[in-house]
Design a protein around this ligand. Structure first.
Ligand code: GBH
Length: 447
């Protein structure tokens, strides 16, 4: 469907929720404050060569200290919602066992501060900062981690039982599995594909167990999972490879959550497939697991950054311009295709949320005038509005990110914020994209 031209202005439905997103390790700093335990990202940052600029989670954007003024900043931009994540090692410093009340109190204050200001909380429970003691016991390769996660999640559900929050269990299980366990670019950096596959299953199991815990606590809000999705485009003659890559990148996560089945074509030796040990993976899937994983959700959260191309030999292709992130092939129409594709493929699809969407500054020093990001957001919101006009039930949108922050292996040298942060002074300055986005929110329309 090429040749679509966006109308001059496109409205969103009444009640649509507009926000921006961050995650705990990327913005909080204060990694030893108030009883927080170590996470796998603290360990990873301490290993020479893992982070480009040698930076760590301290002080990041210092939000553990500056949360009140950051909430005021959001109100000043007219934002209606904030997606943040809870740091598991602040809540259960040893990964299992005693709860650290000071950690719980921090997030209760943050959420109360949001409610006082009319900001809707979207709360991610796991955005990659696994307590180190759990990694010492195997991390997501160990099935017990799913139970530890559900226990930790229940602590937060109880603490915020009265709050109409949008809860998201796990942020991008694919990234943890393929970049942290199968790959080496993210913590814990194992470089073991079979470990990656085990982490897929155990993260999804953790998600399902947390959804069940949420139902038994009877929390006021809704719950879902945040999956990064991307359309896969075939080169000439590469339709089968593209189907396999789509299975490995998208359906491996969507199908178990939404249908209660794993796709049968994600793992194997054909181009586009994950070349893991299929029997070993299947042996991890116990009797009721898929039923737990497919426990009904209230939302599905989609993180959209770009697309992939593949040739018939299985090599990834560049079809669209790359952003300075390197891995990001920018193609706004792929967001529309993702949203309408979900509706077509999954009959019981819950309402959708776009929980992340964005692009980095071309200049690692950062910028206030950011026309590339502004245009990125505009074109992607137009494609989201197009899908909504065609009946897709999209309820919320979160720009990634509210603030320049600790960008994982890229450290502080890749800036994704709509708000600039001076990392010497921690001063915040809204970029042109943030001012433009404030207008979108005020109009509930993109022009
Ligand atoms: C999101 O993932 C994350 O949820 C968010 O925390 C992050 O800040 C944001 O992207 C921007 O990067 O290191 O070369 O192996 C998006 C999907 C998957 C993109 C992992 C980067 C690692 C590339 N990410 N990938 S590499």
């Amino acid at each position: 469907p090429t040749g679509w031209v966006a109308p001059a202005s496109m409205s969103f439905p009444d009640g649509f929720v507009w926000g921006a997103a961050t995650s705990a390790f990327q913005v909080e700093g204060s990694t030893t404050a108030d009883g927080r335990g170590p996470s796998i990202w603290d360990t990873f940052c301490a290993q020479p060569g893992r982070i480009d600029d040698g930076s760590t989670g301290d002080p990041a954007a210092d939000q553990y200290v500056r949360w009140e003024s950051d909430l005021d900043l959001m109100v000043g931009l007219g934002l209606q919602a904030y997606r943040f994540s809870v740091s598991w090692p602040r809540i259960v410093p040893e990964g299992s066992g005693p709860v650290n009340q000071k950690g719980v109190d921090h997030y209760r204050r943050l959420v109360d501060g949001m409610l006082d200001r009319g900001l809707h909380p979207a709360i991610t429970l796991y955005h990659w900062d696994l307590p180190q003691p759990l990694q010492d016991a195997g991390g997501w390769v160990n099935r017990d981690t799913a139970d530890r996660f559900a226990e930790y999640a229940a602590v937060m559900f109880e603490a915020l039982r009265d709050v109409e929050a949008t809860w998201l269990t796990i942020n991008e299980p694919k990234t943890t599995a393929m970049v942290g366990y199968a790959g080496t670019e993210h913590a814990p950096g194992l470089g073991d594909l079979d470990a990656g596959m085990a982490s897929v299953h155990h993260q999804l199991l953790a998600h399902g167990k947390a959804v069940r815990a949420f139902r038994s606590v009877g929390g006021a809000g809704g719950i879902g999972i945040a999956l990064n999705l991307m359309p896969v485009y075939p080169a000439e003659g590469a339709e089968q490879a593209a189907r396999h890559l789509d299975a490995a990148e998208n359906r491996l996560y969507l199908d178990p959550v939404l249908l209660g089945t794993y796709p049968d074509d994600a793992v194997g030796d054909l181009p586009g497939q994950l070349g893991a040990d299929r029997d070993a993976f299947e042996a991890l899937v116990l009797d009721d697991d898929l039923e737990v994983i497919s426990s009904p959700c209230d939302v599905l959260a989609v993180q959209y950054y770009g697309v992939a191309g593949i040739d018939k030999g299985g090599s990834w292709l560049q079809l669209y311009p790359r952003s300075p992130a390197g891995w990001q092939q920018v193609h706004a129409e792929g967001l529309y295709e993702t949203l309408v594709g979900l509706r077509a493929d999954y009959p019981d699809l819950p309402p959708l949320v776009i929980s992340e969407n964005g692009t980095p500054d071309p200049d690692p020093q950062g910028q206030i005038d950011d026309p590339v990001r502004l245009e990125f957001l505009r074109t992607h919101l137009q494609q989201a509005a197009r899908a909504v006009d065609e009946g897709v039930d999209l309820r919320q949108y979160y720009a990634w990110s509210l603030l320049d922050n600790f960008e994982w292996a890229r450290g502080m040298a890749q800036r994704w914020g709509i708000v600039h942060v001076d990392f010497d002074t921690q001063e915040r300055t809204p970029k042109a994209s943030a001012r433009w986005y404030a207008g979108v929110v005020a109009a509930n329309a993109v022009a």
